[in-house]
Design a protein around this ligand. Structure first.
Ligand SMILES: [Zn+2]
Length: 473
């Protein structure tokens, strides 16, 4: 992930009209990129590698400037005697395999190649710098990039330099889907066929419908979805990325059956992530917890799984999280989740906190957790601000009218015990069943149990008050 150091710094704008233009040429075999970077109204003083180790892909390990070639063995290079409007040039070699296959990999003839590997970062940048790109691609090759288009060019948002991004190049045109006012561009990378592409499209539409049942509409006005076909053990693995614009990358088993794909939760889970702005990795308990809880809830609402199945999956998840609990608190575990691979505890403890908050809010009457997340997504899903779990919870609690979510978080974050869900589960009349379905028992709170999984119809974005601009922000 690009940290603040890699993304560089800013200087005051002198004219308010400084711009930077990338021209990117791709060869027919998809093995190399030639990049020209031309500033207008300012000088490129330094270039930073767009992600850790990206300098290893520079052709000859160098960047060309008007003063000659600069060796770039490290994470960046200073340009000696920088001159206003002086262009730089570099070549990027796109290897057959790369150490991070979630950023670069071959899928049939197509290529997943995150801009994090080839979009070098100029620093310091004038405030408000207008950055755009022109791609020169061989006939029949299409760029799958998250950046907003402007005619035949792309506008590159500042987040492209700050946050992890997805992107690639394919041989088939994208499917442009509109869903409740949102534009979803689907690019399938890899040997496809019309039948399989249609199955993926149907899955994506169903997943969009499910996630929209939470927010009342698709969580963001536009997103790019890259479906990367290949060999994998599980059916699917996904990532929701923000750099340069919302992007969902899903790695799919090329052999997955239509029936398995239909029931797979990955796409719903990733779409749900888009409803909350980017949070720092240590807040995984919150963004993964919300997505994990609502992945089951919204799929039940959309009729993809039965409410009994959704509840059983929650009960099973809570049990797995509980048995995975160690001596670290949830806050510590969340901060070290990737290193310790404590995904199950963090995801499901977060989901349990969301469940407990949902139940508490419904008991109190008034605004529900759904209402709070809906209102939050409307204001802030596409926000590029520096959010934290604390500031998100404060906003959600504002809608909830009480310190409900913050209270639950405070109770469990500094605790090594898994959140106690037993009392709520019992009160809702839920019992673990066999064959993957929970048993619903008679209970005074049966109505609340059913309401959680009840369908809320999406409202078209055009009917929303204060309709957002199509490109967010
Ligand atoms: Zn997730």
């Amino acid at each position: 992930m690009s940290g603040p150091a890699r993304s560089g710094s800013h200087i005051p704008s002198v004219t308010g009209r400084e711009s930077l233009s990338y021209t990117v040429q791709l060869d027919r075999q998809l093995t190399s990129l030639e990049v020209d970077m031309c500033p207008s109204g300012f000088a490129i003083e330094r270039l930073n590698a767009p992600s850790e180790g990206a300098q290893a892909l520079l052709r000859n390990g160098t960047i060309m400037t008007s003063a000659g070639s600069l060796a770039c063995p490290g994470e960046g290079v200073d340009v000696p005697h920088p001159k206003t409007d002086d262009c730089v040039h570099y070549g990027v070699v796109l290897p057959q395999t790369w150490r991070d296959p979630s950023a670069l990999r071959r899928a049939g003839k197509d290529l997943l190649a995150s801009p994090d590997l080839w979009l070098w970062v100029p620093t310091a940048r004038p405030e408000g710098l207008h950055v755009h790109a022109r791609l020169e691609l061989p006939d029949g090759i299409v760029a799958a990039l998250p950046w907003p288009r402007s005619g035949s060019n792309f506008e590159i948002p500042e987040t492209a330099f700050e946050w992890k991004a997805g992107g690639g190049f394919t041989h088939s045109p994208p499917a442009l889907l509109t869903f409740a006012g949102a534009r979803v561009e689907l690019d399938v990378l890899g040997e496809g066929n019309a039948k399989r592409d249609r199955e993926i499209e149907d899955w994506l539409i169903e997943s969009a419908r499910a996630s929209s049942s939470l927010f009342g509409h698709f969580p963001v006005p536009r997103t790019l979805v890259l479906a990367v076909m290949g060999e994998r053990k599980g059916a699917a693995f996904g990532m929701a990325l923000r750099g340069g614009g919302p992007t969902v990358v899903i790695f799919l088993d090329a052999q997955v059956s239509a029936a398995t794909l239909k029931e797979d939760w990955t796409c719903t889970h990733e779409f749900l992530h888009l409803g909350v702005p980017r949070l720092p990795p240590e807040d995984a308990w919150l963004f993964e917890g919300l997505s994990t809880y609502y992945t089951e809830v919204t799929r039940a609402r959309a009729g993809i799984i039965a409410p009994e199945v959704a509840y059983q999956r929650l009960l099973d998840g809570f049990a797995r999280g509980r048995s995975d609990a160690g001596s670290l608190t949830l806050r510590e575990e969340s901060a070290r989740m990737r290193a310790r691979r404590s995904f199950i505890k963090v995801y499901w403890a977060g989901a349990a906190i969301a469940f407990l908050t949902d139940v508490a809010a419904r008991r109190a009457g008034g605004a529900t957790l759904d209402d709070a997340l809906r209102s939050f997504a409307d204001c802030c899903a596409t926000s590029e601000g520096a959010w934290t779990a604390g500031t998100v919870l404060a906003r959600l609690d504002e809608t909830l009218g009480a310190h409900r979510f913050t209270g639950q978080a405070n109770q469990w974050l500094d605790n090594a015990h898994f959140p106690d869900t037993d009392a709520a589960v019992q009160a809702l009349g839920l019992r673990s069943g066999q064959h993957g379905a929970a048993i619903f028992e008679q209970s005074p709170e049966a109505q609340l149990r059913d309401a959680i999984m009840a369908w809320r119809s999406p409202t078209p974005r055009s009917t929303m008050p204060n309709g957002r601009r199509p490109d967010g922000q």
